[in-house]
Design a protein around this ligand. Structure first.
Ligand code: ZN
Length: 624
């Protein structure tokens, strides 16, 4: 599916789970439902971008926002400053959020990809206020309206304060006929209109409530949400007849899930997947949380496998997420299988609004990989604001990273990260980010990928999406990241070529691996798989395998790749139905008397899956 259609669908799905936020103009605070619990008055609907999964501005981000506005405007803050400010995500190639003060969107806080810095873009009420108070840069014109991309000459202005020194500065625009807009000063005494709209009515409030006031105004809704979630947990545990376990990531959603589980069942053990890519604050927080509450802490530790696998696999990408399997799925499955033989009810903090995939996922489901694990998501349809208000209401101890500029936690170098988010990692843990950047730079030089590949975070995709490509004016060329494989047809043969990479080719291991996909016979120098000849030729830099059309070249390629470059992740051992696979420090070993040639071990191998995925992506792109 082309990426553009994919994005459109994502938007459609996300739109379906859209929430509504109201604003009480008496108490000056956000409401989860229409009626204010403090004054009993009806709130006004806040016009924000769907899905309206707004969150409070906290800690560093709160302080940073004020600095950002003042820097951008080049003046002291022209807007009222409140304890309660909301951020609401909007679609953009990187981080971008609406800023809501007094129930009005005053602009966007966003990460400018070209300048690679955080900026504030005044919009709507934010623009009205600049024009009204003649603050920052503004321009009033007698044009009848403002059209996008029109260039207003300075002679067409009635009143203005225009930056002459710096390009790219935003200018608040207004006409005498109540149109407003945003412009940028170009070189030639002109302002280019980048956005325009009909001016909106607004009136700043005078009240400055605290977040605890917001909790009070929304108490009824929070209690309802809690009761429903507790009822859901009890019912699900009863039906599944399994003991509960809370999947605890150290994030806000799992914290609320824990609290609800505690209210439903009393003390519940928590499960933490240490991917080896967690920030130290999270590790300390999880440990401390379990200790102070006196809880059993079940840990699935991926150790250093990410870094060990990196040489072979290359950096992960959003469409090349080998890391997820290696650091999350496999260690988790291994530990849950061992520790909870009879199965377990895994309570997760998953929320529909987080992503399209999560919006489509049911509230209760069986884990695809471990059938006796039932997953339950008590806060499935909660919004981020509901989660935060519940945390404030219950006075729950939050991971300190939320006050240090982080909104999403998890692997700190996840390819799903936005460059704006990476800034927080750079500030909080420069040593970690420079280690990663060092690796990326080395990789980019070695593979001749260009400076942009690191600077614009292009490593995060194999197929770079259109909006990013347009922004940096570069076409994406798929480069092999992991083991280089090619599968071609030559007459009645398939020819598989695998580029050799450091390690020596051990033919005995190769033959041992081929047993997993069929009957292997060796007669002198002749090798057959299911009675079909398999010819192998190796030279100093590649291995070539020729097989008849009757055999599946992809299965063979995948098997050979994993025999040569096994990551020792243990996936094959975990899922082999006949217990024929063992993994040790050298790689995997097949007990041929137990193996029934089902090929499961190859199907679950992240190395062969992702090496071949790139080959197929390349093939698909070549056909376009
Ligand atoms: Zn009120």
């Amino acid at each position: 599916m082309p990426i553009r259609t994919q994005r459109k669908n994502v938007y459609k799905i996300i739109k379906k789970v859209e929430a509504r936020i109201f604003w009480c103009d008496t108490c000056n605070l956000p409401l989860l439902t229409r009626i204010c619990g403090k004054c009993n008055k009806e709130g006004r609907l806040v016009k924000v971008t769907p899905p309206a999964d707004a969150r409070p501005a906290l800690g560093k981000e709160y302080i940073h926002l004020r600095q950002l506005i003042e820097e951008e405007i080049g003046d002291k803050l022209p807007y009222p400053w409140r304890q309660v400010i909301l951020f609401n995500k909007v679609p953009y190639p990187d981080c971008a959020e609406e800023v809501v003060i007094d129930g009005y969107v005053i602009g966007h806080k966003y990460f400018d990809l070209k300048l690679r810095t955080w900026r504030f873009k005044p919009l709507y009420v934010g623009v009205s206020e600049l024009v009204k108070s003649k603050c920052g840069f503004y321009a009033i014109t007698d044009l009848p309206r403002l059209s996008r991309n029109y260039e207003i000459h300075v002679d067409q202005l009635i009143d203005a304060k225009i930056p002459t020194d710096k390009k790219n500065r935003f200018i608040a625009l207004a006409t005498l006929s109540s149109f407003e807009g945003l412009g940028i000063y170009t070189d030639k005494k002109r302002i280019r209109v980048i956005k325009s709209w009909k001016a909106k009515n607004y009136a700043w409030n005078k009240v400055d409530p605290s977040w605890l006031d917001v909790v009070k105004a929304n108490e009824a809704r929070l209690e309802l949400l809690e009761q429903e979630a507790i009822h859901f947990l009890k019912k699900t545990a009863e039906e599944a007849k399994l003991e509960p376990l809370v999947s605890f990531s150290g994030g806000k959603d799992s914290l609320v899930s824990y609290r609800l589980s505690e209210k439903a069942f009393g003390k519940v053990p928590i499960f933490f997947n240490n991917t080896g890519l967690e920030l130290p604050e999270t590790l300390d927080y999880v440990k401390h949380f379990a200790q102070t509450k006196g809880l059993e802490l079940v840990v699935a530790d991926a150790g250093g496998i990410f870094w060990e696998s990196l040489e072979i696999m290359g950096p992960p990408a959003r469409d090349y997420r080998w890391c997820c399997k290696v650091v999350k799925l496999i260690p988790t499955a291994r530990v849950l299988k061992q520790r909870f033989e009879k199965g377990v009810l895994s309570i997760v903090g998953q929320r529909k609004m987080e992503s399209a995939a999560r919006a489509l996922s049911p509230r209760v489901y069986r884990n695809k990989w471990i059938p006796n694990v039932v997953v339950a998501a008590p806060i499935h349809s909660w919004t981020a604001l509901e989660v935060w208000l519940y945390i404030f209401k219950e006075k729950l101890p939050v991971n300190s990273l939320y006050f240090r500029g982080f909104d999403r936690l998890g692997c700190w170098l996840c390819p799903a990260i936005e460059l704006g988010e990476a800034e927080a990692v750079k500030v909080q843990h420069p040593e970690l980010w420079s280690k990663w950047e060092g690796f990326l730079e080395h990789f980019a030089t070695k593979h001749n990928l260009g400076k942009e590949w690191v600077d614009f975070g292009l490593w995060r995709w194999i197929l770079v999406p259109g909006d990013i490509k347009r922004l940096i004016a570069k076409d994406s060329i798929i480069k092999q990241r992991g083991v280089t494989v090619a599968v071609n047809q030559e007459g009645n043969y398939f020819v598989i070529k695998i580029k050799r990479y450091k390690r020596e080719i051990d033919f005995e291991r190769l033959i041992e691996a081929l047993v997993t996909i069929g009957n292997v016979e060796v007669n002198g120098k002749l090798l057959t798989l299911n009675n079909q000849d398999v010819e192998m030729y190796a030279d100093s830099d590649s291995l070539e395998i020729r097989v008849r059309q009757q055999l599946d070249p992809w299965k063979i390629a995948g098997t050979v790749v994993r025999a040569l470059y096994c990551l020792r992740c243990g996936s094959c051992e975990l899922w082999c139905p006949s217990g024929a696979v063992k993994v040790d420090s050298c790689g995997f070993h097949i007990n041929s008397s137990r193996c029934n040639h089902c090929g499961t071990c190859g199907d679950v191998c992240p190395l062969s899956e992702y090496s071949l995925k790139i080959v197929r992506l390349k093939e698909a792109m070549d056909k376009i």
